[in-house]
Design a protein around this ligand. Structure first.
Ligand code: ZN
Length: 489
């Protein structure tokens, strides 16, 4: 029997009816597996340590580019960013089909963040569309969420976030995280959504500003722990914990950056007309530089073409530029698409060159003249994306074959894809505040992320793209075909 004052609320439940299953995903944006593991071991995150003991902590692979926004498409659509339509946090619209004159450039950093939902492929549903009774907070992707169920997506919040960001206010981000944590826990307690997706940006923001080992990052992780503790305590009190899955995951890692290559300025100094943010309407027409993270960049060549040119037709004019770029200490890997299914990967010096080919589900890595830019110890012939993942697992570039090909295949990608060397990123100007840590690249510090589960997984999770089908499986909903991930539930 409910107390009379609770009768008006939906959480007055008939105790004889089974409690519906629910899934809560907390995103600890920017958390590294080792940073989280150390904090779990030293006892500062008791609620998350309890989850680890009961369910398990896994290290899974994120996506390329390893940057917030694109790296959320696996969580919410079960798709890699190239497949989903978000090839970078900045990209250039060669087809002039989805953006506007005069620059045809997209940046989700700032006012254009609101276009992320409509830039996503319309052919696939988000979790919010599959699960109508959903709640989201601070999520960069919200297609399918009713406005009242999308916390932190309004002008008031945007202005507050911009003010915090441009002042480099580390404490400000922690205040935002704490306030959102309390609000999310209350909404889950009162409204009992089937699916809740709650983002905590504080770990990423503090890592950029003070480094991932700083105690401010520990404070940010404690807020995630508080959120998990509140949600669990409420669910245990209301008899919902037995039917709730509570997962914590990150979208990318972090690593120290000490040197910043001004990639667009560099290309301009070589006599090229360069289009780059924030002055996109005034740049071009030779190339567009669209940086993500900031340790990754798309470079679009010959902007007058509205259909995508591939490297074989560009090489005669652009080979000297490619060689000069690859000679820079800032560039670790250069990827040159030959078609939607073939690319060349280059690294400096003896690491040399290789081709990657995708034929149906098969991935091959073919060294050129003894080169091995990805460090895979020779030729790889993988019969499936999972076999390709496992072939790269011990290398410096987890899931590189699949991640490079999903991005190469995107019609919105550039004609050169650059992954920055350790200690470097690819944007030196127009950053509002100095940063000492970055992400976006293909190497393991940026690509590996933790996945914490409240119950043991039915199989070992591989990728962040496994999260979406696992949510559907946990809720007993059908999993659509053609996803890039597979359920671990
Ligand atoms: Zn970041």
């Amino acid at each position: 029997m409910c107390a009379p004052w609770t009768m008006q609320f939906t959480f007055c439940r008939d105790p004889t009816r089974p409690v519906p299953v629910s899934v809560v995903v907390l995103v600890a944006d920017g958390a590294r597996p080792d940073t989280l593991g150390a904090a779990l071991d030293n006892g500062t995150l008791p609620a998350l340590a309890r989850l680890r003991a009961e369910g398990g902590l896994h290290t899974v692979t994120s996506v390329f580019p390893s940057v917030t926004g694109p790296a959320y498409t696996p969580f919410l659509l079960g798709l890699f960013p190239g497949t989903a339509g978000l090839p970078g946090i900045r990209w250039w619209d060669r087809a002039r089909a989805d953006t506007r004159w005069p620059d045809f450039a997209r940046s989700y950093v700032g006012i254009q963040a609101r276009h992320a939902d409509s830039d996503l492929t319309p052919d696939r549903g988000t979790l919010f569309e599959h699960v109508p009774h959903s709640l989201g907070s601070l999520t960069p992707i919200g297609r399918g969420l009713a406005p009242r169920n999308r916390l932190g997506f309004n002008w008031t919040f945007a202005l507050r976030a911009a003010w915090t960001h441009f002042r480099g206010d580390v404490r400000g981000w922690l205040i935002i995280d704490r306030a959102t944590s309390a609000k999310v826990a209350r909404r889950i307690r009162e409204e009992r959504p089937d699916f809740a997706f709650c983002v905590h940006p504080g770990i990423d923001k503090t890592s950029h500003e003070v480094g991932h080992t700083h105690q401010a990052v520990q404070q940010a992780m404690r807020i995630v722990d508080d959120t998990a503790a509140r949600i669990r305590a409420d669910a245990e009190r209301d008899g919902r914990w037995g039917s709730m899955h509570l997962w914590v995951v990150s979208d990318h890692g972090h690593s120290p950056v000490a040197r910043h290559e001004d990639l667009s300025g560099l290309l301009a100094s070589w006599g090229l007309g360069v289009c780059s943010h924030p002055w996109t309407p005034f740049g071009g027409p030779d190339c567009a530089v669209m940086v993500s993270g900031n340790a990754m960049s798309h470079v679009y060549l010959e902007l007058q073409h509205t259909t995508r040119p591939y490297w074989p037709e560009l090489a005669a004019r652009w080979e000297p530029t490619a060689e000069r770029l690859l000679a820079r200490a800032s560039v670790d890997l250069m990827v040159l698409p030959y078609s939607a299914d073939v690319c060349e990967v280059r690294a400096r010096g003896p690491r040399g060159r290789a081709f990657i080919r995708r034929t149906g589900a098969r991935y091959t890595y073919e060294p050129i003249d003894g080169g091995d830019p990805l460090g895979l110890a020779g030729r790889v012939d993988a019969a499936s994306p999972d076999a390709a993942h496992d072939a790269c697992a011990a290398s410096d570039y987890p899931d590189a074959l699949v991640q490079l090909m999903q991005l190469v295949a995107s019609p919105r990608s550039g004609e050169m894809l650059l992954s920055a060397a350790r200690g470097w990123d690819l944007r030196a100007r127009y950053e509002p505040i100095p940063h000492v840590s970055a992400h976006g690249a293909l190497h393991r510090e940026h690509m590996q992320v933790p996945l914490l589960l409240s119950r043991p997984a039915a199989r070992t999770p591989r990728r962040t793209a496994d999260v979406m089908p696992s949510v559907l499986a946990a809720l007993g909903l059908p999993i659509p075909p053609g996803l890039d991930g597979a359920s671990f539930v």
